[in-house]
Design a protein around this ligand. Structure first.
Ligand code: MOS
Length: 732
């Protein structure tokens, strides 16, 4: 392992992006393109009695209207967490059933987008409505112990020591309940598919985090072989987990394109994305935390109820992380799923960890006030080098350094402990809060091809999706460093199923999986070059060596997998199935960590909460691309502020669905809401998890922001607010 820090590398695709040359799926504007739009159900659950499409068909320019009567041969894709490829198992428009409000009931294809939208609005449905439930506490929900479902095989309950007994005997106790609302990713790029048939081959352009699942899922749905489907996703305009699998519109566009023998573009408008794609499920938490009088945490019990759909069990993994924040010997984590009438929820950036750590780290702050101990000191005193759940060693954990460096950068020693004791110049209450976050370090296998040419080109074909996080830059930086060339000479060819298997890029494993494979490929290339030209002056570039021996190009291929993964994992990889290892590896356990320090001000008369200042220090192992890494953390902190103070998908139990399905009503932070965000990294390579020492960063960046803000609000006002989002009205 090369033990020096990586230099700052500008984004390799920055020029393309600022010039508008980066092509996203919806940018495709060929003259022969047909535009599609969807009509959606306006009841919470039930059946279609009739669909009248005459008015829609009469709109000038309309070429095709498809309903459930037209998809006889199409199969459901299967749920991605249940052996399939779809964000949910249920494919709309295969029957007359309505599982949730907003579900598509008809597709209209027309010469223009305007005609398609006008016609979609004219589809007339008659329904037989049925009762439905859309909130965790509604009549008619079904509550299931996760441990009693097939999910127990991969997400066990967390049981360490004797939590009930140890909690009962603890000298100091905190017992509190929390809630987190449903929330929706709102990436700037809408969900969009361009489907096109060439001969018997289906070509799909779609912004996705999982081109391989789109390919294999479509093959299953349409009865094709995977060789007949080619998926391209060069740029994704934000994924955040929403684009992590086959969406419901893709097969609809493919069928329309086959009927019309023309390329069909289907862009799902923002209002429909709130019902047609996954979202962060509502969850509620009860945390019981016990400590001795010295401040050693001796027991914790974390009970979680999380929303799922009627048709799928979306596995909760909340307690897998809350149990790993500290070295608590006695821990019990228990998760229940609540079936409601919605589309299947899914993974939204830091899907479980954000809500779980909001609850848990709020309790740790309460404990520090019960004990009269500084919240940073309390956290430092409960550090651990061993995984408290599996009792295996942690391969790296630099939480203490994150806290110490963050405290120094923030000026934490100037904080006075008593709530309400600090003031800003304008008289606003000032609160300073701290919290830590953790996120599992997972790894997926990768097959990489590396080719160098005599004119200096370096081409890396590998699995990966560029969704703004900067994976192209990271890969270029890693390969360039190994081969002694400049990063802008390296082209990372990703997001294309014809180049290399495109495993789902999510769970913060993108860099931690692709960079080690790229390192292996570069090492293999160096060996191949040395064999080609054993003699010669040192320090030559690959191009110079190829020229010296008269070769036009040289290519190597490598396979990389996680510690402990069997070779059969490559079969899953090439079938588009999740092939995820970690955070518990055979000999060790690995997580990424972060410490957030937050200043809030609360204006005295309006109680308006502002966040002028955040300091975040991350332990993500080796930082391969300092610039994109810092930008990931800033983005995560901004989202943490949004998730804590703004965002909620509002539900009206009378109607089902989500009410505030647009960016006017689904409130996210704007620039004026964001103050300074200082980011620092420990930047110490993890010694065991992979050859690059990389752990993962994207999601841990926002974990703990919620609790740090809530703890700061308590410090400013003396009020503990335990339901997200925290808004002005809760402080009045
Ligand atoms: Mo992420 S929420 O695993 O794309």
């Amino acid at each position: 392992m090369n033990d020096t820090a990586f230099p700052d590398t500008p984004r390799v695709d920055a020029r393309e992006k600022v010039r508008g040359a980066a092509r996203y799926a919806a940018d495709d504007a060929r003259p022969d393109m047909i535009h599609a739009a969807l009509a959606i159900a306006t009841i919470g659950r039930g059946r279609l009695l009739a669909l009248d499409t005459r008015a829609a068909r009469a709109v000038p320019g309309v070429r095709l209207v498809l309903t459930h009567a037209d998809f006889g041969d199409v199969k459901a894709p299967g749920f991605i967490m249940g052996g399939g490829y779809g964000f949910q198992s249920m494919q709309p428009m295969l029957s007359d059933g309505i599982a949730y409000r907003g579900q598509p009931i008809a597709l209209v294809a027309a010469d223009s987008l305007e005609a398609a939208m006008e016609a979609a609005a004219k589809v007339q449905a008659t329904y037989a409505p049925e009762p439905f439930s859309v909130t965790l506490d509604a009549d008619g929900v079904e509550i299931i112990n996760q441990a009693d479902t097939p999910l127990k095989n991969f997400i066990p309950e967390v049981i360490a020591g004797e939590a009930e007994t140890a909690f009962a005997q603890a000298a100091i106790k905190v017992d509190a309940s929390f809630s987190s609302p449903p929330q929706h990713q709102n990436p700037i790029e809408l969900i969009a598919t361009v489907a096109e048939w060439r001969g018997g081959t289906l070509i799909v352009h779609e912004g996705t985090q999982n081109a391989e699942a789109v390919r294999h899922g479509l093959a299953r749905q349409l009865g094709l072989s995977a060789d007949q489907v080619h998926v391209v996703s060069h740029f994704v305009g934000g994924g955040f987990g929403q684009k992590n699998s086959l969406q419901m519109q893709t097969v609809l566009a493919a069928v329309a394109a086959r009927r019309l023998e023309r390329p069909v573009k289907l862009v799902v408008p923002r209002a429909q994305i709130f019902h047609d794609a996954s979202f962060r499920p509502a969850s509620r938490h009860r945390v019981r935390l016990g400590a001795d009088r010295s401040g050693r945490m001796v027991a914790a019990i974390h009970d979680v109820d999380a929303q799922t759909s009627r048709h799928d069990l979306f596995p909760g993994e909340y307690v897998a992380t809350s149990s790993r924040l500290y070295g608590i010997e006695n821990f019990r984590g228990h998760e229940r799923l609540v079936r409601t009438d919605v589309q299947t929820p899914g993974y939204m950036r830091a899907p479980f960890e954000h809500a779980a750590c909001f609850a848990f780290e709020s309790c740790v702050d309460e404990l520090s006030y019960e004990l009269g101990q500084d919240p940073v000191a309390l956290r430092l005193a409960n550090d651990t080098a061993t995984d408290p759940v599996s009792h295996r060693p942690l391969s790296s954990r630099h939480v203490a350094e994150c806290l110490e460096r963050g405290a120094a950068l923030f000026g934490w020693n100037r904080r006075s402990m008593a709530p309400g004791s600090m003031r800003a110049d304008d008289g606003s209450l000032v609160g300073w809060g701290v919290a830590i976050g953790a996120y599992p370090t997972m790894t997926v296998p990768s097959i990489a091809r590396l080719r160098v040419t005599e004119n200096g080109g370096v081409f890396l074909g590998i699995g990966g999706h560029e969704m703004g996080q900067g994976i192209r830059t990271t890969l270029a930086a890693a390969v360039a460093r190994k081969l002694g060339v400049s990063p802008d000479q390296v082209t990372a060819e990703i997001g294309d199923t014809s180049i290399a298997p495109q495993h789902l890029t999510a769970g913060s494993w993108g860099t931690a999986s692709a960079v080690p494979a790229a390192n292996d490929a570069a090492d293999a290339m160096l060996r191949a070059l040395a064999e080609l030209a054993p003699e010669g002056p040192p320090g030559r570039t690959p191009a110079q060596i190829l020229k010296a021996v008269g070769r036009a190009s040289l290519e190597v291929q490598v396979r990389h997998k996680a510690p402990g993964q069997p070779d059969e994992i490559f079969g899953r990889l090439t079938s588009g199935l999740p092939s995820i290892a970690g955070p518990v590896y055979p000999d060790f356990v690995t997580f990424s960590y972060i410490a957030h320090f937050v200043e809030v001000t609360v204006e005295r008369s309006t109680r308006r909460i502002r966040v002028p200042r955040v300091v975040s220090v991350a332990d993500c192992g080796r930082v391969v691309s300092p610039r994109t890494a810092a930008s990931q953390v800033r983005g995560g902190v901004v989202w943490g502020i949004g998730a804590t103070l703004r965002e909620a998908s509002e539900v009206d139990p009378r109607f089902g669905g989500f009410l505030n399905a647009d960016l006017a009503e689904y409130v996210v932070p704007v620039n004026a809401d964001i103050g300074s965000i200082d980011v620092a990294f420990i930047d110490k390579p993890d010694p065991l998890v992979n050859n690059a020492g990389v752990k993962g960063l994207g999601e841990v960046a926002m974990v703990g922001v919620g609790a740090a803000i809530a703890n700061a609000v308590h410090h400013a006002t003396g009020r503990r607010l335990r339901d997200l989002p925290i808004r002005i009205e809760h402080l009045l």
